[in-house]
Ligand binder design. Structure first.
Ligand code: NAP
Length: 312
């Protein structure tokens, strides 16, 4: 009973690393669990999980000897932790090792938004630069006002980068944090009204669903730009699309969406949106660090040692 069940889309390198350390059984997704026979399912004590499909009570109940779900990623909103608790199953994630890359993507989307780098590149490539002259003037990013919605591990990395851009930094969290003089708001609507750029770095899941509500989006105003690197669920996407289409806000930079990767096609028609395909942590270096931390948690579990990054 020491089998590690590996669920999700892993690279060949990750699969080789997992096979060197464990005796893994690979599945493409949680929907394939039911296809395993009783004996194979009873063998499983640990799951290495990657992906955003729900892993809840129904999946856990198919694995009677499961003791650990090790998630590949810091966001574990796909895993029902209450259901895991009820079954005395531990959950781990991969915090911190991805902070820098996700913060880089957030700042990159702000620069692309303000300086219209995607559109300007298309202008040059299409021959317009040579034919019609210089690209239109755009918007200064350095020195503007930014609100970080969720000053956690990633939110703080974003704020630290933006401090170097001489930005006036405001933030929301459930309690005031120790900061180098950043302005705290206990009300997300007031935060949105106070800033040019609103960057969402909240956890996903039920508790933060539509936290960026219609009211928050309205409070951003016509110069407001929304940047989201958290989860699609944290934003009222219908309200966001309406505001973008009606130009009630200036634009958005989005790495995360509802129904990824089949996102609402209305986003593709909007020139004022920078779209990233949920690639915040998607560098070779960071994905290797995430995979290593996931394996370290599984190894600790099998050895009966303390888990490195336990969630529950
Ligand atoms: P973290 O350190 O736990 O910070 C999360 C923030 O969310 C904190 O500021 C926390 O506020 C706030 N929060 C938690 N529950 C809340 C609630 N019920 N209501 C309001 N605020 C709440 O997490 P992190 O490591 O920075 O990661 C944040 C999220 O980024 C992850 O959960 C994941 O969804 C997302 N992410 C995305 C990518 C990507 O590729 N785009 C990559 C990695 C992570 P308090 O300070 O008040 O507790």
């Amino acid at each position: 009973m020491t089998k590690t069940l590996v669920i999700g889309g892993y690279s060949d390198g990750d699969k080789a690393d997992l096979s060197r350390t464990f005796d893994p059984l690979f599945l493409a997704g949680p929907e394939d669990l039911a296809g395993l026979d009783d004996a194979a399912r009873a063998d499983v004590t640990a799951v290495a999980y990657k992906g955003h499909k729900p892993f809840g009570a129904a999946q856990m109940d198919l694995l009677p000897n499961l003791g650990l779900i090790a998630n590949y990623g810091v966001g574990y909103d796909a895993i029902d932790v209450d259901a895991a608790d009820a079954r005395q199953i531990k959950v781990t994630n991969t915090p911190d090792v991805l902070n820098d890359d996700v913060a880089d993507i957030a700042v990159g989307m702000m620069l692309c938004q303000g300086r219209e780098m995607m559109q300007a590149s298309a202008w040059a490539r299409s021959g317009n630069w040579a034919k019609n002259g210089e690209y239109r003037l755009n918007r200064k990013v350095t020195g503007s006002t930014v609100g970080i919605l969720g000053l956690g591990r990633i939110g703080r990395e974003i704020a630290n980068r933006l401090a170097a851009f001489k930005m006036d930094i405001h933030y929301y969290a459930r309690s005031e944090k120790d900061t180098p003089g950043w302005t705290y708001h206990s009300d997300p609507v007031k935060l949105a009204a106070a800033v040019d750029f609103l960057v969402v770095a909240l956890v996903g899941g039920k508790d933060t669903e539509k936290f960026v509500s219609r009211e928050v989006i309205a409070a951003m105003g016509p110069r407001g730009v929304l940047i989201n690197i958290s989860r699609g669920t944290t934003v009222d996407e219908a309200a966001l699309l309406e505001a973008l289409e009606a130009k009630k806000i200036a634009g958005a930079g989005l790495d995360v969406f509802l129904n990824e990767p089949d996102i609402d096609p209305r986003f593709y028609a909007l020139e004022n949106v920078v779209i990233q395909p949920h690639q915040g942590s998607g560098t070779v270096e960071t994905r290797a660090a995430m995979a290593q931390l996931q394996r370290d948690n599984i190894a600790a579990f099998h050895a009966g040692e303390a888990l490195l990054t336990a969630v529950n």
